[in-house]
Structures are given as C-alpha cells and as structure tokens.
Design a protein. Structure first.
Length: 155
C-alpha cells in the first residue's frame, strides 16, 4: 500500500481496534462534529500508558513515530508520519492559557463516541474540546472556539 493511500476509515479503525485510549482532538474533531473547517492532519490525545498500542496499530499501515515511546513520553508529544501526518499528545493533563487544567482521565471519562462508517470516533465533549483549543489560543483556535460555542448553544 502506498502510504499516501491510507484511507481515513482504515486509520480510524486501526486506532479503535488498537485498544489505546485516544481522543481525536484538533480540527478533525470539529470536522467530525459537522463544523465547516479544513485541516490536513490528525491530532490525538493519547493516554500516557497506551503509546505502544497506538504506534503498533499505525505501523501496520507503514506509519511510524518520530520518537521512541520513552522519549515521546518525556517530550509529551510526537508525530507519526508516512503519507498522513498524525500529531500525538501524551500529557496526563494540560492547562489552558487561563490556567484551567484538563486531565486526560477526566476528558476520557466524559468522552463522546460518534459513528463513522463501519467504525467510530472518540472525541472529548464539546466543553472539553473548547478547553483543548485554549491550550494554544492561536487565531484559528479562537475561531474554532466560536464555532464550538455556537454548536453547543444549538444542541
């Protein structure tokens, strides 16, 4: 398989089947919620203990991490690439620019699951997605927060 030919459904199925506790975050999560944004990569927030499971699932599709698990854990993030670009965050918790802390375990406990073809996507709640967007507060994050807040109001 040509690495650039990794179908999105196969990526999401591999992540689900890995058993790794992972949350789809970033703009792909907004796309899954039906919001009108564009992105070219994937962002996952991964449980600290599940790096090897997650990596193994994607290695089956010739997508490999740029750091070994121990180094990735020390850095708190890493990238998986080879056709698709997958940013992986592996911190136990993160604070927003306002100091509000979101732990992975809390976000995981409140997670939402959305059907996606023959598989499913696991995302943080809208409220928790807003907090993840407040980690960096770039211009696009501010715009994304406004979209998420509008979605929350209309649900």
């Amino acid at each position: 398989m040509d690495p650039s030919d990794l179908p999105e459904i196969d990526l999401f199925r591999a992540v689900r089947d890995s058993g790794a506790r992972s949350l789809l975050i970033g703009r792909r999560a907004l796309v899954a919620l039906g919001l009108p944004v564009a992105t070219f990569d994937y962002d996952f927030w991964l449980h600290f203990d599940d790096v090897e499971r997650f990596n193994s699932a994607l290695e089956a599709y010739d997508h490999f991490p740029n750091h070994a698990p121990a180094e990735a854990r020390a850095r708190g993030r890493y990238v998986i690439e080879n056709g698709e670009h997958i940013d992986v965050l592996i911190s136990r918790s993160r604070a927003s620019v306002t100091g509000q802390v979101l732990s992975f375990d809390d976000a995981w406990a409140r997670r939402q699951t959305l059907p996606f073809g023959e598989t499913e996507l696991v995302l943080p709640t809208i409220e928790d997605l807003i907090l993840t967007k407040q980690w960096a507060m770039r211009a696009k994050d501010v715009a994304d927060i406004q979209l998420l807040e509008a979605l929350r109001r209309h649900r």
